[in-house]
Design a binder for this molecule. Structure first.
Ligand code: EPZ
Length: 430
């Protein structure tokens, strides 16, 4: 079974290039099937969730041509089925974007209910509320969500919770519904804006994405587009925290610094230096980390997808820190693994109380989900001695070449699958 073997203790130094945003790319790929024209998408990350999504699109007759590792051409003129149901699709949460895309274009969609990381209850009531408000009938039965409409008609929709997925899904359907839709209490994440920009590049009329009120005038059809996905805010943030926990000096390139503001603010509180330029951010950490408190919130608050990474950093910081998780209730599962590395963290409900320990020690650990897996890698990179991380398939869902990018910064991390790989690692690291 594949593992990361990590020998910690050396500061990460150098430059790393950030790829396209997975959580923008997934709905953008789904939205690409809303036109019969050919769509070109650039800066696509080559990660498992994206490849599963492309497979799901192919399974219903979409022509997908990967022109390069990060460039794909999609043509959905001859979709053969509006039913998306296979074992792979269940593995990704984002399969629910195919419901919005198919319902918007064909007024009918049946998609197996999403899976994804086990980080808490992943309700879809707001998606369903939005589809119904636009005129669709929706039933959930036999593990499928089935939805159909005679007509889709614009509506005024108030989201009871701020949801990235529901905002994007309803926006996709409304883009092709008759008349005007207003989505209130919309999510404002950069990837919501990116999907709106992509739909607009195909001829949709969406205004206000990035604020909490999105206004959409439906159009009867969408057309071809050539679109480049925004950089991945969470991949960038993960490397910024890698610099912090290893007391390194890392420049993350190809980012939009504005999207990283909450992450930068917390790194400054921890005592790191952060320098921003047009499309890169440099993080330098030359002293002991300081404690702070953080609460995850919808954008522009501190992202839940960075919660494990900041907890790992605070576990090393002087003093007591408090991390409150307000988005997903089951996102502290990695704390048991960190405890095995010497962390002193107590979880009570949605709060982690952290007494910094100054150093971690290497251990055999296991990734419970995508972001927690990446955070455990950071812990291992900062630790004394060797760590072995299992279940790295979670990390491969969302980080392209994670270990190779870290190696480029001087990290001693290797992907091993056999005894021979492990012997090679031992030889290289002494
Ligand atoms: C997206 O999930 C991301 N996934 C998640 O990233 C991210 O953690 C999350 O947004 C929050 O930023 C993808 O983009 C594929 P939500 P999503 O709908 O859309 C509740 C990662 O690591 N809710 O914004 O599923 C829900 O239970 C992943 O890359 C409802 O109650 O998140 C949660 O508490 C993990 N009813 C909150 O809203 C609904 O109908 C936010 O969920 C929908 C959501």
């Amino acid at each position: 079974m594949e593992q990361y073997v990590i020998k910690g203790g050396n500061p990460l130094v150098g430059e790393v290039e950030i790829g396209g945003a997975k959580n923008a790319a997934l709905p953008i790929l789904a939205a690409a099937i809303m036109t019969d024209d050919t769509v070109h998408i650039d800066n696509l990350p080559d990660v498992r969730d994206i490849n599963v999504m492309l497979g799901a699109m192919e399974s219903i007759g979409t022509l997908v041509h990967r022109e390069g590792r990060h460039y794909v051409t999609i043509n959905a003129a001859n979709i053969s089925s509006l039913v998306v149901d296979n074992e792979n699709v269940k593995k990704i949460r984002a399969s629910y974007y195919l419901i919005g895309a198919l319902l918007g274009k064909y007024k009918h969609a049946e998609v197996t209910l999403p899976g994804g990381c086990d980080i808490g209850c992943r309700a879809i009531d707001q998606h369903i509320k939005g589809f119904r408000a636009l005129g669709a009938e929706v039933v959930v039965e036999h593990g499928m969500i089935r939805t159909r409409a005679e007509r889709l008609v614009g509506s005024h929709i108030y989201m009871d919770v701020v949801s990235v997925g529901a905002t994007i899904n309803v926006m996709m359907v409304a883009a092709m519904a008759e008349g005007k839709t207003i989505i209130e209490n919309a999510a404002k994440e950069p990837h919501v804006v990116d999907v709106a920009n992509f739909l607009n590049s195909m001829g949709a009329n969406i205004k206000g994405a990035g604020t909490d009120v999105i206004r959409i005038k439906g159009v009867p059809s969408l057309h071809k587009s050539d679109y480049t996905i925004i950089p991945d805010q969470i991949e960038a943030g993960t490397f910024m925290f890698a610099a912090a926990v290893t007391r390194g000096d890392v420049t993350v390139r190809n980012v939009i610094p504005k999207h990283l503001e909450s992450i930068t603010a917390k790194l400054l509180e921890l005592g790191c230096e952060v320098q921003e330029e047009d499309d890169c951010v440099r993080v330098v950490c030359s002293r002991e980390l300081r404690h702070t408190h953080v609460k995850t919130l919808p954008y522009p608050g501190f992202p839940t997808d960075m919660q494990p990474q900041i907890t790992v950093a605070l576990g090393l910081a002087s003093g007591t820190s408090i991390v409150t998780e307000s988005i997903f209730e089951n996102r502290f599962k990695y704390v048991d693994e960190l405890t095995r590395m010497g962390a002193n963290i107590k979880v009570e409900g949605n709060t982690a109380i952290i007494d910094g320990v100054g150093r971690y020690t290497g251990a055999g650990i296991s990734a419970p989900d995508l972001r927690a897996g990446a955070a455990l890698v950071l812990a291992a990179l900062s630790a004394e001695g060797e760590s072995h991380l299992d279940n790295i398939h979670y990390i491969q869902r969302g980080y392209e070449d994670f270990h190779l990018k870290l190696q480029g910064l001087g990290a001693q991390i290797h992907l091993v699958d056999t005894e021979q790989d492990y012997s090679n690692f031992r030889m290289m690291t002494g």
